[in-house]
Design a protein around this ligand. Structure first.
Ligand code: PLP
Length: 399
């Protein structure tokens, strides 16, 4: 999209990043540029590109045209200044946090409910390098303010919808707290996606995604992205040039292909999730349903304020009555349509057992503090006919 037209996310998803002139013709989708090196008519020009005085490509660790197209698309979808596509969501999270802390105090305040590998990144990877982390209930703004005043963090790290208990912090207010304290706010926006919320528009400094999930959406890409503002973009890219955590051109192409239908898929998944969550809430074997649309959700007011109407995400977590590992395994083994696998956001409905997979690396004590019990399962609702998802859950719950 050369012209600046105010278009909706469905249109951006289909057009942004693509349609770049390649000689005399304009391909409708960005080609896969597999080349690792690029050269020019003259050494003078290559020298300028290497020196970053002229825009261009020299070496794939620095930039690749296919990946650059995906980065442009993500920048448009998230309303940022620039993006860095990475080889995984975890690589993207690490890049965001390390960039955020480059000129700030090496201290992080993180949400007390997060993806297990993120907790592990903070405690097992960053802490030994001198980055201290404190976990706080970021949905309690007074608790957050008190922790910020005490810890004076360089970075606040949260998820827009938390994994797996689906809490939603007041992003805009958390951004105000971060900015007043001189901290950078990093938001993992994987669960909500840019269809529900765009953290940079609410004051965050970094929005991070596991591209592996809703954005690529078909269970065939591992990737991540950091979208950031003008103030942090150069240092993010310079760190990437040094380390090279970048996404390859084949994955970038597949991700762009996936993103073209992402808003459509996400709308359908959100609608399906509402139906599945309502049905689960009436099932006698279900003790408790966690879903952002429920009237008694602890963050209902924030959700109403920040999310578009009728879009609550497509994740549903629930606890089974009197169940432990054995009962959960029996229930999950009986599923026929729902795929028993780690990950989320794909076109197919998937279920995982957090204790066994997403939060396996978190100690049992820490898991208990997070509220993750042994009878909890997490469902990522896909695009199938909702009646079929419900029928499958019903027959598996009867075992
Ligand atoms: C919320 C969240 N953030 C980040 C990640 C990490 O993404 P990846 O597996 O692409 O590294 C995941 C993976 O499940 C996730 O659920």
């Amino acid at each position: 999209m050369e012209k600046e037209i105010a278009v909706k996310i469905h249109t951006k998803a289909v057009h942004a990043g693509d349609r770049k002139k390649a000689g005399a013709h304009i391909p409708v989708t960005t080609p896969i540029y597999a080349a690792t090196s690029f050269f020019y008519e003259s050494m003078e020009q290559l020298d300028r590109v290497f020196g970053q005085q002229e825009k261009g490509y020299s070496y794939a660790r620095y930039e690749n045209p296919t990946t650059a197209a995906l980065e442009e698309l993500m920048t448009v979808l998230e309303g940022g200044h620039g993006s860095l596509a990475c080889a995984s969501g975890m690589a993207a999270l690490q890049m965001a946090v390390v960039t955020a802390l480059a000129d700030r105090r090496k201290s992080v305040i993180a949400a007390n409910a997060m993806y297990g590998a993120t907790v592990s990144l903070l405690l097992n990877v960053l802490e030994p390098t001198g980055v201290e982390t404190r976990f706080v209930d970021v949905c309690d703004l007074d608790a957050l303010r008190a922790a910020v005043a005490e810890a004076k963090p360089g970075c606040i790290l949260i998820e827009s919808i938390s994994n797996p208990l689906l809490r939603v912090g007041a992003l805009d207010k958390i951004a105000e707290i971060a900015r007043a304290a001189g901290a950078a706010l990093v938001v993992d926006n994987t669960f909500a996606s840019p269809l529900l919320v765009r953290p940079l528009e609410l004051g965050a400094h970094f929005s991070v995604h596991s591209l592996t999930k809703y954005l690529s959406g078909h269970g065939d890409v591992l990737g991540g992205v950091v979208v950031t503002d003008a103030a942090h973009f150069d240092s993010l890219r310079n760190l990437s040039r040094a380390i090279g955590p970048v996404l390859g051109p084949f994955e970038s192409y597949l991700t762009m292909r996936g993103i073209k239908t992402f808003p459509l898929r996400m709308e359908r998944q959100c609608a399906n999730a509402c139906r599945v969550a309502s049905w689960l809430a009436t099932h006698p074997r279900v003790e408790r349903v966690y879903f952002p649309a429920t009237a008694d959700h602890p963050d209902a007011a924030t959700i109403r304020r920040l999310f578009p109407p009728n879009l609550y995400g497509a994740m549903v977590s629930f606890e089974l009555k009197d169940a432990g590992r054995e009962e959960i395994f029996r229930f999950m083994d009986a599923l026929e349509v729902v795929v028993r696998a780690t990950s989320l956001g794909d076109v197919h409905t998937m279920m995982l057992y957090p204790v066994m997979s997403s939060h396996r690396e978190v100690s049992p004590k820490h898991r208990e503090r997070m509220g993750i019990r042994d009878n909890l399962v997490r469902l990522s609702v896909g695009i199938e006919a909702p009646e079929d998802i419900i029928e499958d859950l019903d027959q598996a719950l009867a075992r």
